[in-house]
Design a protein around this ligand. Sequence first.
Ligand code: FES
Length: 273
Amino acid sequence: MFKIVSKRVLNPTVTLMEIEAPFVAKKIQAGQFIILRIDEYGERVPFTVADTDVEKGTVTIIFQIVGKTTKELSRLNAGDSLRDFVGPLGRPTELEGVKKAAVIGGGLGCAIAYPQAKHLFQSGAHVDIIAGFRSKDIVILEDEMKAVSNRLIICTDDGSYGKKGFVTNALEDEIKAGADYDCVIAIGPLPMMKFVSLLTKKYNIRTIVSLNPIMIDGTGMCGGCRVTVGGKTKFACVDGPDFDGHEVDFDEAMKRLGTYKAEEHAALDHYCK
Ligand code: FES
């Protein structure tokens, strides 16, 4: 069993949990993920790790309540335990040689972008973080992102905080102003990653995206996480979750991600009754 050490509600739909998992904490690297199960009847759900504390032996995940399992998870508290917590899974992000990066987080994607930014910043790279949210009330991790970047640019769709507009607008402004990025890391909703990748392709900047398709086993056997990258079939759980954004078939990935939407809504409705 894996004990929940602490819990923090970041905004009405986003929760942070620190979980005791010393082996995972020791081994996991930026970009890798874990799969957890709440109890023996629970579904297996992948989460990218937001932070670790090797001395305390804890792993931090940040999740949004989007379905039955995340709703159930959000109702647990410090002192409760999870049945399974498996990792590290996937491949670490390849960040070697990066000197100046723009790390782009979209909403909850900031929780996944944060460890990438932290790793780069601690390795001596120049890091600008561009974090996008719908509005001020759902901004998360502002202090944490500030601490691991040379510059943090927050954008809100409605202009209620930071710069008004999308992360793509802010990124293009920086590029046009002369920011000479050798790498862009974009993590967030698929449409956001698609449009960041289209933009960076125009400027010929290497772009890494982190995909979060449906996953079941997390070990390359079920085929649930199939994506097309550079015209070839890849499995996000073993070949990713990071891929070259210029090569990903985002339209197919969006279609596949929506496959079980009706069942997901039905499961949540049934659980909430
Ligand atoms: Fe089953 Fe990737 S989750 S193959």
